[in-house]
Design a binder for this molecule. Structure first.
Ligand code: HEM
Length: 399
């Protein structure tokens, strides 16, 4: 495989498996030069230890303004550079935001949200059960639950969900034209700026209100633009990812009835089951892009300062050197060292929230609808792999 140019990204051949080329790359050339859609080039890292190294070694920068930062949508780079959120910054700039937000996402703070999240899940399942099957689980449960939860946390009116869900989808989808993506970004910014204006006039005790009260200039360290970018990141990252995990996780459990039976027999397996689903599905794959800021060697391959690098999380999470039989969904695996939430300073800020939402949704869904099943054969389900966040557009279920 070494002497041919590999195009990147690569599609998934089976809905749950990472692209089949990842296994071959990892075995033969775990650090490999590839040609990106849009014409640029970058290294692909497919080996668990290599991926972890890229995410933790300060020789690799997450700052999108560095020349050489890799992108599969280069036409959007100028707009993304001008509207950067902290996931695309390095310390110490990045640390300012993390410091301001960490108190909002501690295990204790998130655990306190459990009754509220349970009520949200129950209410959407009531509505779902009131419908006539088959129903689409994406529209009735998977997207609404994390959207409502992140809205309640941030203080964004849930009544505006159609608007921000569709802007987010346009923004992250590689099928959108650059004009569509820019226009979605502008609309989202306009909306959030108005919301910030409203919270400035009428102070609120929600995450956005607290950020304004404690961290906005002139007394705080964040500008209004910083706040807007942060709010966009939390709103988009907070619903799109978890929604895809809910749909794909449901399909994975229904398609592995032996595993679902284990979970039904012993609900204590649930926290480990969520970890295993996160590993197995690895819905965020090539989002962690980096650029080398020094010459560095990984797995014997020299990466030069200025080269772009993709740390492929789906490849790391299926590395047989770290996970026995990685292609098997094994809810009793016990090895929780997956990188589905990344690693290092950018490790997912919302991971405790995502875990709690997934735990509550899977438990409640399979308890309240014990006869839940797919309404169409799994091969006919529509998967979306045109974004760095893998998922499904529709999931017809019946009971
Ligand atoms: C960062 C995955 C849910 C907020 C990340 C990163 C990954 C990830 C892989 C690291 C990106 C990088 O290194 O470049 C996921 C998955 C989720 C999920 C798989 C669901 C199952 C959430 C939720 C929130 C959230 C619910 C809610 C607020 C963030 C933020 C960052 C981030 C703010 C940037 C952190 C930083 O740069 O310091 N996520 N995420 N995520 N995630 Fe999540």
């Amino acid at each position: 495989m070494d002497d041919v140019t590999i195009p990147f990204p690569m599609p998934r051949a089976c809905p749950f498996n990472p692209p089949p080329q990842y296994a071959q790359l990892r075995a033969e050339t775990p650090v490999r030069w590839a040609e990106l859609t849009g014409g640029a080039t970058a290294w692909l890292v497919t080996h668990y230890e290599g991926v972890r190294r890229v995410l933790t070694d300060p020789c690799f920068s997450a700052d999108i303004t560095h020349p050489g930062f890799p992108s599969t949508t280069p036409e959007l780079l100028p707009a993304l550079r001008g509207n950067r959120s902290f996931v695309r910054m390095d310390p110490p700039e990045h640390s300012r935001y993390r410091r301001a937000l960490i108190p909002e996402f501690t295990v204790r703070r998130i655990e306190a949200m459990r009754p509220g999240i349970q009520s949200v899940v129950d209410a959407f399942i009531d509505d779902l059960l009131a419908g006539v099957p088959p129903v689409d689980l994406v529209e009735t449960l998977a997207v609404p639950v994390p959207s409502m939860v992140i809205c309640q946390l941030l203080g964004v009116p849930y009544t505006d969900h159609d608007f921000f869900q569709s802007s987010t989808r346009t923004l992250v989808s590689a099928s959108s034209s650059p004009e569509q993506a820019m226009s979605a970004m502008r609309d989202l910014h306009g909306y959030l700026d108005e919301l910030i204006g409203r919270k400035l006039r009428e102070p609120a005790d929600d995450l956005l209100g607290r950020l304004i009260a404690r961290h906005l200039e002139p007394d705080g360290e964040l500008t209004r633009q910083d706040l807007l970018m942060t709010c966009r990141l939390l709103l988009t990252a907070g619903h799109e990812t978890t929604a895809n995990m809910i749909t794909l996780g449901t399909v994975a459990l229904l398609e592995n009835p032996d595993q679902l039976a284990l979970l039904r027999a012993d609900p204590g397996l649930l926290p480990g089951a969520v970890e295993e689903l996160l590993r197995y599905l690895s819905i965020v794959d090539y989002f962690p892009a980096r650029v080398a800021v020094e010459d560095v060697e990984i797995e014997g391959t020299r990466i030069r300062s200025g080269d772009g690098v993709f740390a492929l999380l789906a490849a790391a999470n299926w590395d047989p050197a770290m996970f026995d039989a990685p292609d098997r969904l094994d809810l009793r695996r016990g090895n929780r060292r997956h990188l589905a939430f990344g690693n290092g300073v950018h490790q997912c800020l919302g991971q405790n929230l995502a875990r709690l939402e997934l735990e509550i949704v899977f438990r409640t869904l399979f308890e309240r609808i014990p006869r839940l099943r797919l309404a169409v054969p799994a091969e006919r389900l529509p998967y979306k792999d045109d974004t760095p966040v893998y998922g499904m557009t529709e999931l017809p279920v019946t009971w």
